[in-house]
Ligand binder design. Structure first.
Ligand SMILES: [Fe+2]
Length: 202
């Protein structure tokens, strides 16, 4: 019985072989989707509803990224008799906020939107007051964090009601189960350090 022979590829030069695996860095920046635009996905929600939810989620995302970073700033800069306790608690809260950032950003993307991401864009968007670059007393750190939490809590409750009215139950769940619950809990842990008998004073 005759055996079939497999045709061999013609020999190629080293330059031809290299070209196949060489990364092409001749790429020019251009946006394939503008910030604020929606790519409609088959999720049973209208483009208008997705757009409204994405706008609310992006505001909350910018504020959550800011709060997350404020926790790290205070984690590094805290001093005083409660250093260890606050240093550790700030980092625990930071890690929970990292998770919230990802939940918010991915909710935005799955609604067909674009999540705000870079520091400069976040700084332009957040409503949380900018802290100084320098160190502040622990009590002031806590007050500043508590105010940021409250801003996000009020925003999340308001956003939860709005998306409930438009029928976006998934986003409502993110605002209530993730954002609201986590921030309320962290306010409790945080503000207990400011009771009258606390060694934390400004
Ligand atoms: Fe650390």
């Amino acid at each position: 019985m005759a055996t079939k022979s497999i045709a061999k590829k013609p020999a190629r030069s080293t330059a031809e072989k290299t070209a196949e695996v060489m990364p092409n860095l001749q790429q020019y920046p251009h946006e394939t989707q503008r910030y604020g635009e929606i790519v409609k996905l088959p999720n049973g929600l209208s483009e208008k509803v997705c757009k409204e939810s994405v706008a609310l989620l992006n505001q909350c995302l910018a504020d959550t990224i800011t709060l997350r970073d404020m926790y790290k700033k205070h984690h590094w800069q805290v001093v005083g008799p409660t250093f260890n306790q606050l240093h550790l608690m700030y980092d625990q809260h930071f890690l929970a906020q990292v998770e919230l950032v990802d939940i918010l950003a991915e909710r935005i993307q799955l609604l067909g939107g674009i999540a705000i991401a870079m520091a400069a864009d976040v700084a332009e968007t957040t409503r949380i007051a900018r802290p100084p670059r320098g160190r502040e007393p622990a009590a002031v750190q806590i007050k500043r964090l508590a105010e940021a939490h409250e801003l996000i809590i009020i925003e999340a409750r308001d956003a939860a009601e709005k998306v409930d009215e438009t029928g976006d139950s998934g986003t409502n769940d993110v605002f209530v189960s993730n954002i609201l619950r986590t921030n309320e809990l962290q306010v409790w842990f945080l503000t207990e350090h400011l009771v009258a008998s606390s060694p934390v004073k400004s």
